[in-house]
Design a binder for this molecule. Structure first.
Ligand code: NDP
Length: 258
């Protein structure tokens, strides 16, 4: 069970898949418990049940917050709530994990799917990072440690090799998910922009590819399970330094091609 040495963390899409597994491993890991804002679209609906049960058994470590990353009002409300709870130590780690994937090629993707995917996978992380910036700045200032690290302030954006410019005909026919690919390529550039812009505030921005993982999104045929992926992702997050600002790494810490 991996963990991270950080104090306050916000995870989007925390009710299932990799997001829920991150919450589990962080609260059950060997390091002292971080304080977690576990965000999801419908905390009181059936899909929020597992997260709510976990939060109930760790009431001092987990606060569940409603957040639809495709809705700016919901993002603003979530940021306000975080602001009211986070205190002067700010927010150390923001994990933009929530995403959608629609199957579709150039010819079959509808404008609606394209817009929904872009709104959720790119505009969502952009707006949430913007709204939480004051709290990330507070965390960077409050930390007495030198350099950049997750005990200071880090924005992690979950990317995918599907967004890489190195796509081949084989990989395209295996994953015909055009809108998703474009959204992850855009998320990569969004992260480069935030790395360049927030470096002066000692806020590190990084892209992580979790591997091809058996979740609802990854499917049953994927290479690895979520325990292995998240164990690796948390170790990588724990080892981040300023040299990783603007990098794209996989769950083993290996640098990936753009
Ligand atoms: P899942 O499909 O299993 O889970 C997606 C999560 O995102 C769910 O919690 C879902 O919530 C949430 N979500 C979707 N739309 C919104 C929204 N508008 N607002 C808030 N939450 C939302 O995906 P994974 O766990 O597999 O993927 C997690 C991340 O890892 C994603 O960014 C994905 O692109 C990336 N990734 C995954 C890979 C894999 O093989 N699994 C490979 C490469 C990258 P709800 O239950 O409400 O729908």
């Amino acid at each position: 069970m991996a963990s991270v040495t950080t104090r306050t963390v916000l995870i989007t899409g925390a009710n299932r898949g990799l997001g829920l597994e991150m919450v589990k491993q962080m609260v059950e890991g060997p390091s002292p418990l971080p304080y977690l804002f576990a965000c999801c679209r419908e905390p009181d609906g059936p899909r929020g049940k597992e997260l709510q049960a976990l939060a109930k058994s760790h009431p001092d470590a987990i606060t569940v917050i409603q957040l639809d990353v495709a809705d700016l009002c919901s993002i603003k409300k979530c940021a306000e709530r975080v602001g009211s709870l986070v205190g002067p130590g700010g927010l150390n780690l923001l994990i933009n994990n929530a995403a959608v994937l629609f199957h579709g090629t150039f010819q079959s993707t509808s404008p609606e799917d394209m817009l929904t995917t872009f709104n959720t996978n790119v505009v969502g992380p952009m707006s949430l990072t913007k709204e939480l910036l004051p709290h990330l700045r507070e965390a960077a200032l409050a930390s007495r440690t030198p350099g950049m690290s997750c005990s200071k302030a880090v924005v992690v954006n979950l990317s995918s090799m599907a967004g890489s410019m190195t796509g081949t005909p084989e990989s395209y026919s295996r994953f015909p998910v055009m809108s998703y690919r474009i959204s992850k390529a855009a998320l990569n550039m969004l992260t480069i922009c935030s790395a360049l812009e927030f470096q002066k505030d000692n806020i590190l921005s990084v892209l992580l590819h979790p591997g091809w993982v058996r979740t609802d999104m990854g499917g049953k045929e994927a290479d690895i399970d979520k325990q292995e992926s998240v164990g690796g992702l948390l170790s990588v997050i724990d080892s981040l330094t300023e040299k990783h600002n603007g990098a794209i790494l996989d769950y083993k810490g290996v640098s990936l091609p753009w």
